[in-house]
Design a protein around this ligand. Structure first.
Ligand SMILES: [Zn+2]
Length: 127
């Protein structure tokens, strides 16, 4: 039987829809997937990353610039809002309190997750 998709790099074949999920998605591709499995795609992406450090550095910088510019523009467009906001000490204090609470919750959540992953570790279950 002809496979639905076959990886051009390692030759892995997908015969079922389940197996297709191991291939990289591509809307225009046959059955909505590329003929490259995720494993090979990761390897190739890493190789590309190390072979083209300047390209990725430029992309990172461009993104940073874009975010900076976006924030700046947003601030300029909503400057009256921010001015009002900063002029109101109660609102500023409220926001600070909420930010603090949010950060504490995040910290607790991270701590819980670390604990959970540790208790599930195979090293633990063996003793
Ligand atoms: Zn492959």
């Amino acid at each position: 039987m002809k496979p639905l998709r076959k990886c051009t790099r390692c030759g892995k074949e997908a015969h079922t829809i389940d197996e297709l999920s191991l291939f990289e998605k591509q809307k225009t591709g046959l059955h909505g997937h590329r003929n490259r499995c995720l494993e090979c795609n990761n390897i190739l992406a890493k190789e590309h990353y190390h072979a083209n450090p300047d390209y990725y550095k430029a992309q990172r910088l461009a993104r940073k610039d874009w975010i900076h510019e976006y924030n700046h523009r947003y601030y300029q467009e909503h400057i009256s809002y921010f001015r009002d906001y900063e002029a109101d000490p109660i609102r500023v204090a409220k926001k600070r309190m909420l930010d603090k609470r949010y950060n504490q919750q995040r910290k607790a959540e991270r701590h819980r997750q670390v604990f959970k992953s540790r208790s599930r570790s195979p090293y633990r279950s063996s003793w």
